[in-house]
Design a protein around this ligand. Structure first.
Ligand SMILES: [Zn+2]
Length: 439
């Protein structure tokens, strides 16, 4: 088992060496018909004229409420097909910030909740989210046209397509999946912050969160892979989001996703940030090449240049492919055991690294994979598998030269996020700390 997994992990690296620099088009992950479905969803949302968060929430023809209605209708149709396993929630709230004039205003998020079927994991939620709101050139103008086809009807389409793909999955999932469309992104990530509070109030732990924002166009890019942004962290520890990104790439292959090891595009942000800032696993998907004339611009023709975020610019087979990557990752995480609670690394000044694995009991868990990588290497390989929690000694493997992590593996084969193996926390202030070994 160790050998076959190691080969699976290493093979993409070898394939990339052989195939570089040309990227052969991978076989599509998305089922046929998915691109047409994506187009239908975006068409409905664009027809609302604007979905600005400060526009009307009650007019069925124009504004954010029109967008909400289109999303609720889609989720409800999916819920009906899934035999009522999917619950559609409209979360109405008041929120404020500099981009509401610091005045409390009403906004609404839509969540489609697919409850997990394992009592121990049901309160762990994995989320996919797009933002339903849009903006014209002036972020404070709720009246101008703001079709928001790419930003971010495309991301909302990923949420809806993912619900459609996963809600009827036979046997369901161990953990809960939440397919979200939130308001207020353009007004300062207000809807995403609200969603995080709502999850806590409902008693959910966030197992992982991905936002899809501007995932609908390729703009002539020769590289058709979506970019997947994940932030870094302390030396060797990475971040939970980074582990999510690594797992996504491992699941779908390097030719279907491009990892970017930074929190977001340079100087910009998105709905994953409230989650990432809280230390939760959170990542962002974005198209390979953005066209800034088509973002945050009131539609117009100016000196022969067309501005505006219109449906004509979208690439629906690409959008369907992005949705398929999201679905693969969501399905893996929601089927997997919980990650280890901790993996404590020790073994300084000895020839062998030691890892103490702590994990809750789980009869559906087959065991754990101990992962390692060179300090200069971005990706994990499987070093060995172990059946039970407790201490593991990696004979002849120095703590100095590599990074380590541990993940859980289910009897169904699904893998959890990896947990970096790090030293035990320092004793609290006041306790006499052990001096570090010298050398
Ligand atoms: Zn956006």
């Amino acid at each position: 088992m160790t050998t076959s997994r190691a080969r699976c992990l290493l093979f993409p690296a070898l394939a990339a060496l052989v195939a570089a620099p040309a990227l052969a088009a991978p076989a599509p992950l998305a089922p046929p018909g998915e691109a047409a479905e994506a187009r239908a969803i975006v068409t409905d949302l664009v027809a609302c004229g604007t979905r600005h968060s400060l526009s009307s929430w009650t007019d069925p023809q124009r504004g954010a409420g029109c967008g909400r209605d289109a999303i609720v209708r889609r989720f409800q149709a999916i819920a009906a097909r899934a035999g009522g396993r999917l619950q559609v929630v409209v979360d109405r709230y008041q929120t404020s910030g500099p981009r509401t004039g610091n005045v409390a205003v009403p906004m609404e998020n839509v969540y489609a909740v697919l409850a997990g079927n394992d009592p121990a994991l049901r309160k762990t939620a994995f989320l996919v989210s797009g933002h339903l709101d849009s903006m014209p050139s002036n972020v404070m103008d709720p009246r101008a046209d703001a079709p928001g086809a790419d930003d971010d009807a495309s991301g909302v389409a990923v949420s809806i397509l993912s619900a459609a793909a996963l809600a009827g999955r036979p046997g369901g999932f161990r953990s809960t999946l939440i397919f979200a469309a939130v308001a207020g992104e353009e007004q300062g990530l207000l809807g995403s912050r609200r969603m995080k509070e709502w999850l806590a109030a409902q008693g959910y732990q966030v197992g992982g969160m991905m936002t899809d924002d501007i995932v609908g166009a390729t703009n002539g890019s020769p590289d058709r892979r979506p970019r997947l942004f994940s932030e870094g962290g302390a030396d060797g520890a990475g971040s939970p989001g980074r582990e999510m990104a690594r797992l996504a790439e491992e699941l779908v292959g390097r030719d279907r996703v491009r990892l970017i090891f930074r929190r977001d595009r340079f100087g910009r942000g998105g709905d994953h940030l409230p989650f990432a800032e809280a230390g939760l696993p959170a990542v962002r998907f974005t198209e390979p090449l953005e066209d800034y004339r088509h973002q945050h611009q009131t539609p117009r023709l100016e000196n022969g240049v067309r501005y505006g975020d219109l449906i004509d610019d979208l690439d629906f087979p690409f959008l369907a492919a992005v949705a398929a990557v999201n679905q693969r990752l969501l399905a893996e995480l929601a089927a997997a055991p919980a990650p280890p609670r901790a993996a404590v690394l020790s073994g300084a000044v000895t020839p062998s690294a030691k890892i103490a694995i702590d994990a809750a009991d789980d009869p559906e868990r087959q065991g754990f994979e101990v992962l390692h990588r060179e300090t200069t290497e971005a990706r994990w390989s499987v070093l060995r598998t172990v059946a039970a929690p407790g201490p593991v000694v990696l004979e002849g493997t120095s703590t100095d030269n590599e990074f380590f992590a541990v993940r859980s593996v289910g009897r169904n084969g699904a893998r959890s996020l990896a947990v970096p193996a790090v030293p035990a926390p320092q004793p609290p202030a006041g306790a006499a700390p052990a001096p570090p070994p010298r050398g």
